[in-house]
Design a protein around this ligand. Sequence first.
Ligand SMILES: [Zn+2]
Length: 132
Amino acid sequence: MHPLLNAAALAELAQAAEDRARGVACDCTKTALDGWQSQPLSLDEAALVQVGTLMSPDDHEPTYAEYPPGNSQYWSAEAPIAPRYFPYNRCDVWECSKCGRLYLRYTEGGGYFVDRRIRALKARLVEDAALE
Ligand SMILES: [Zn+2]
């Protein structure tokens, strides 16, 4: 079981990782992942190790509402990372074992359409937004 992270724990983890990886060159930054992207082929998936999750084991139908409500910034590099909101409530937290950078990953869609998406985790974008 990977630890369930709330916003505070996530921000703390993110900040520590940023401090650690600052200035460290790594293959995982080849494709900019500041906003959500389909997982790029340039990414060495074998280097990613799961370190936590934002998916609550008690919530079997996490909301599809995005934060902030009614103002979707899904693809934006500046979109807030609010763990209780979509798509963050479906994400696991992964660490690049080469440089220590952290990434969020989840699978978009279902059935015949499945897209693995990835976004770099940034401490300053984490927001502890309560569900409405
Ligand atoms: Zn890396």
